[in-house]
Design a protein around this ligand. Sequence first.
Ligand code: ATP
Length: 261
Amino acid sequence: MSDHDHETVPAVVDHEDEIPEDHPRYQDLLTRHRIEAGVEKGITHLQGMHAEGRGSAFDYLLGEETIPSADEAERAAAAQLLLADHPVLSVNGNVAALVPGEIVDLAAAVDADIEVNLFNRTPERLEAIADHLREHGAEEVRGLEADARIPGLEHERAKVDAAGIYEADVVLVPLEDGDRAQALSAMGKTEIVIDLNPLSRSPRAADVPIVDNVIRAVPNVTAHARELADADEAELRGILEGFDREAALEDAEERIRTGDR
Ligand code: ATP
């Protein structure tokens, strides 16, 4: 199909159903629309639009698909979450706008807590995001207590729940900023990061870096977790031992730089 062989997109998209699924840039248009809607709903900060723009450029270079090394990382992430005693999924404004229902599904599949964790933290945004997650089926949303601090970060960005991220052994942090990813790693957390830029500090700080779009990555981690639901501990540990974080980062960088598959 040529690029011109699809329905055109209306100039103003009020609802995502108006974006034709056969459009060659469907995923990108959907992502942009969800971020815009997130800003309008008060759950996404304007800076989230810039972050999305950066991500979208990397995704274009990756071919807007889950590359095999990312799929392996997503399987390793599922194994890591299933092995955890207390896994927590950290949600910021972009994640809430892009994959609210998918985060709720993943939390159910691996029995994880969901915690809102914002770079630009205001009570209004926290509440709006918690409400949005509840509308998508979340029962308990952490992050509102903010009764503990991540050491080494300035006040607002350090806030977490004592019974949530502070206590967690494994944290999934999609689209996390580099400082916080490094600070969580310094706390000894096992960290899973989803980020389309393999050169960014966050995936480089991660035990399991996933270089993929969050809208593909989260449902794929859930699919792996469901498939591994009956796996024993030895099998899950074997998946983790077979995963090479350096190779995953290098593979994604190579794909972005050369386009080679
Ligand atoms: P650092 O981690 O070094 O601080 P940064 O300043 O570029 O890097 P942020 O602005 O905090 O990072 O976060 C934006 C990051 O999120 C970018 O690396 C971008 O590639 C990534 N990103 C944006 N949208 C998506 C998405 N939909 N899926 C996955 N990653 C995304």
